[in-house]
Design a protein around this ligand. Structure first.
Ligand SMILES: [Zn+2]
Length: 294
């Protein structure tokens, strides 16, 4: 495993242009990319690369602000040896708008009254018909609420694989005036919720704590997400699981159809990752969990 640091600088903030800092820091095209659309320079370096402090010092000296993100990168053997992998969708096309505001229904009788944690989906997944381009040409994708969507062939491969902890729901596209149309996709659902993670997890913060203690977790850009679980918590896992903690922004005032619901993360075994990759699914990061004593 190694940690990748991604530095983003707005080109307009660099007097004289990006080369005036990239050159002296020794950052060539192997690590620096100019993003014409964002008008930004993006540099990706190993955390231990000596060019990193050079670059950051140059930016500091010149009073140039930058954005910083850290993520762990893993070798294939490390991913294969993991007990569970956090599934993170990062496709450049983005996620597809879906959920309560588009017509998916939920049972809120056991959900937290303040944040909506524990909302139980009771219908097929309904996605926004205006955003179907997000799914085009893909084998798998996620909704804005981290619901996992798999194209029919991948759904069949998963169903035939004897992978445990899986159930499926249909996926429909909603069009404002023309109603709902079924898509050749399935929603991949998890039947097993893991126990709470170990407090030794890092890179996770709670943005607006709810008294229920179960919502508004989020990643922290500057610290890589490293979820830790006690050995006892992973003694009884399935191939597909969801976290007890729910992530993302929550806005719930009793009316589910006007809410923004938090959502759990998916944790899967290397077997499920292999099936995704064999089907040609792209746009996902897979992050091994750590198993700890307490
Ligand atoms: Zn709550």
């Amino acid at each position: 495993m190694w940690t990748e640091v991604e530095i983003t600088v707005n080109n307009r903030r660099i007097p004289g242009g990006p080369q005036t800092v990239l050159g002296p820091a020794g950052c060539g095209p192997d690590v620096a990319v100019l993003d014409d659309v964002m008008e930004a320079t993006i540099v990706k370096l190993d955390e231990t690369d000596e060019r990193l402090p050079l670059l950051l010092n140059l930016l500091k000296e010149r009073g140039i602000r930058w954005g910083e993100r850290r993520e762990d990168r893993f070798a294939e053997e490390e991913l294969e040896a993991a007990r569970l992998l956090v599934v993170r969708y990062f496709s450049p096309d983005g996620s597809i708008f879906a959920g309560p505001r588009v017509g998916t229904t939920y049972d809120m009788s056991e959900a937290c009254e303040r944040c909506g944690v524990g909302a139980r989906q009771t219908s097929a997944m309904v996605v926004d018909g205006q955003e179907l381009h997000v799914l085009e040409g893909r084998r798998a994708a996620a909704t804005c609420y981290n619901d996992m969507l798999v194209e029919e062939k991948l759904a069949v491969a998963l169903a035939q694989s004897s992978a445990t902890g899986i159930s499926f729901r249909g996926v429909f596209a909603a069009f404002e005036k023309r109603g709902h149309f079924q898509l050749p996709w399935q929603q991949l659902c998890a039947t097993h919720t893991l126990p709470p993670m170990s407090p030794r997890s890092t890179g996770v913060e709670i943005s607006q704590p709810c008294p229920c203690g179960r919502s508004c977790f989020s990643g922290d850009d500057k610290i890589p997400m490293r979820l830790a679980y006690r050995a006892s918590a992973v003694a009884d896992i399935r191939d597909v699981n969801v976290t007890w903690e729910w992530y993302g922004y929550a806005k719930y005032n009793g009316d589910v159809y006007d809410s923004v619901l938090p959502y759990p993360l998916f944790l899967v075994t290397p077997k499920v990752r292999r099936i995704f990759l064999e089907a040609g699914a792209t746009g996902f990061d897979w992050i091994p969990i750590r198993v700890v004593d307490e």
